[in-house]
Design a protein around this ligand. Structure first.
Ligand code: 4NP
Length: 152
């Protein structure tokens, strides 16, 4: 799960997806990072932590990390939260196989539409709640797809 700062959207997406992995008993792991390095080592934004907690998920232990080309080796699917993230990740891909791993999270719900999860950083709590809702629905769709592929 990749966004810009790795303190708002992608830590939420990591927390939501980890919960889906447990609930659907998937054989998968998830991590998150950002395309920018400003918040490396930091905990998620308090508004993201609060939004997650209100839905029963604790994301406070996450530490900000910057995207690295190694992520192409370590992960099978790489989700950008918006078009900018998506294109920045693609620009770092070295092979067609790596390019194939890159997707936009909302495309799990609306294939090919490249809908963004808007950045709530300069917004209000309602923007975080909106991001949560979009992320939750998209991760549920992603989890169901993985479940089919898992043969569960
Ligand atoms: P995120 O939000 O990409 O959802 O984590 C942002 C957080 C911080 C910054 C930008 C976006 N920033 O520029 O510091």
């Amino acid at each position: 799960m990749v966004c810009l700062g790795n303190i708002c959207r992608s830590p939420l997406a990591e927390g939501v997806m980890r919960d889906k992995i447990e609930k659907h008993k998937l054989n998968a792991t998830v991590d998150s990072c950002g395309m920018g390095g400003w918040h490396v080592g930091e905990a998620p934004d308090y508004r993201a932590r609060q939004t997650a907690l209100a839905h029963g998920i604790d994301i406070s232990r996450h530490k900000g990390r910057k995207f690295s080309r190694n992520d192409f080796d370590n992960f099978d699917i790489i989700y950008g939260m918006d078009k900018e993230n998506y294109e920045d990740i693609l620009a770092l891909a070295r092979t067609e196989q790596e390019r194939q791993k890159v997707n936009m999270l909302m495309d799990e719900l609306y294939p090919g539409q490249q809908r963004p999860i808007p950045d709530p950083y300069y917004g209000e709590m309602s923007d975080f709640e909106n991001a949560w809702k979009m992320i939750d629905e998209a991760c549920e769709a992603a989890a169901r797809k993985l479940q089919v592929n898992d043969g569960n």
